[in-house]
Design a protein around this ligand. Structure first.
Ligand SMILES: [Zn+2]
Length: 425
């Protein structure tokens, strides 16, 4: 019943090698959207390639998003029973490391050990720092030449989605529901969903292909709030301040000093939350301390809020007369709260990974993702592996076999959604 897919590595690797050579570096604090116009170069190429594959509606919109539809090849009455599934990847690369003039290097049939990068003697991908390399002995490993990042984040995802589309187009005998494709700009600067019109896109469920190690399925993100803590003092000429001055600067510093050593970004990992005092400003009469609050549950956020309130009381006791006001702003929530409403989205992802011959690795992201934002915009979107490692660095690498597995996982997902949706009827 279930199909096995045989995607030749060259189909995905050749695309990947072409895409990484196109500079798509995004920029922080840019007044324009997308943050850099170069992102249009890859977007236009992808839209053209999708057109050539027969996805006639493929187009780049004014914001640099590529949207396309691969229609179902089933009779309309059957196709209607299958939810429209989408695959999403981002075209931009991390702004902190150059992504211009990327010269990808294919290390054929990796024999184990360190991988020196030819363009910079200081850059060697060390086997002891990259234990995952051992899993790819015999595979082709792709790196940059060491002078730039590689761009597997997320051009691996882009190439895998394109290769999956191509495979489906070339195998019309494989029945499928309607598939939507989106390639987005500015993910790295946190704006990938800014102009994403979920209703117009028309997908029921989606998957970003933007994770790391083969088999990874990410269905959790942090819950995130920002606490703005304002201190109100009383300014008096310092020469005559005895018994009168209330110094908001000292109150804010005292407050920040109360934060537990065990609950900071620099002391937590995995599933632990944190409070992060990351900005402080002000003067004697008014001071402001901005604190990020992160946890995987809303209950955890509430506990941190209670802790901040207790710090306020302690500070007011220490500085009689000081005003302490805490304002909490919601940033985003763990996408698992949304995903729980539709278990098929994750169940099928896990099954697809297994059908691709991999062990599913469920992961929680210590941050937010475009997928979590989309999930709260009404499009449930967990994140699947794209295969790349060492994201955002000159030592980024990806194995050809990992990209093939990601492509096959996409194909299995298409298959599973079709099978399960028709089983029921
Ligand atoms: Zn990414």
């Amino acid at each position: 019943m279930s199909h096995t897919f045989d995607v030749p590595a060259t189909r995905v690797v050749d695309r990947f090698l072409r895409y990484v050579r196109i500079d798509t570096t995004s920029a922080e604090d840019s007044p324009q959207f997308p943050s850099t116009p170069v992102q249009f170069d890859l977007a236009r190429l992808l839209a053209r390639e999708l057109q050539e594959l027969g996805l006639t509606d493929a187009a780049v919109d004014e914001h640099g998003y590529v949207f396309a539809t691969l229609p179902s090849n089933l009779p309309p009455r059957t196709a209607k029973k299958i939810p429209v599934i989408a695959f999403i990847a981002h075209v931009d690369t991390y702004f902190g490391v150059s992504g211009k003039d990327v010269k990808p290097v294919v290390h054929c049939a990796y024999g184990g050990g360190d991988i020196p990068l030819p363009g910079d003697p200081a850059q060697t991908i060390r086997a002891d720092e990259n234990p995952e390399l051992a899993d790819f002995v015999g595979d082709d490993i792709i790196t940059s030449d060491g002078t730039t990042l590689l761009g597997a984040d997320d051009k691996a995802g882009v190439a895998e989605i394109m290769a999956a589309v191509e495979y489906l187009v070339q195998h019309p005998d494989i029945p499928r529901g309607t598939i939507k494709i989106a390639f987005t700009p500015d993910e790295e600067v946190g704006n990938g969903t800014k102009h994403f019109d979920v209703a117009k896109f028309g997908a029921a469920f989606a998957y970003t292909i933007d994770g790391g190690y083969p088999g990874e399925v990410e269905n959790e993100t942090f819950c995130a709030d920002t606490a703005i803590i304002r201190f109100t003092g009383r300014d008096v000429h310092p020469g005559y301040a005895k018994g009168k001055m209330i110094n908001a600067v000292r109150a804010a510093a005292y407050f920040a000093g109360l934060y537990s050593e065990e609950s900071l970004p620099e002391t937590t990992s995995d599933r632990q939350g944190y409070i992060h005092p990351y900005q402080i400003e002000g003067n004697v009469s008014d001071a402001k301390l901005t604190t990020l609050i992160r946890d995987f549950s809303v209950e955890g956020l509430e506990q941190f809020r209670d802790i901040l309130n207790s710090y306020a009381a302690i500070t007011q006791e220490r500085f009689p007369g000081v005003g302490v006001n805490i304002e909490i702003k919601e940033s985003y929530r763990n996408m698992i709260y949304k995903l729980q409403a539709e278990p098929r989205v994750m169940d099928y992802a896990i099954e697809a990974v297994q059908r691709a011959g991999l062990a599913p690795i469920l992961k929680a992201i210590r941050g937010g993702t475009d997928g979590s934002r989309l999930s709260y915009m009404g499009l449930l979107t967990p994140n699947l592996f794209a295969g790349g490692m060492n994201f955002h660095s000159k030592q980024e690498w990806v194995a050809a076999g990992a990209m093939v597995k990601a492509t096959e996982t996409i194909l299995h997902l298409v298959q599973i959604w079709r099978e399960r949706s028709l089983d029921k009827h």
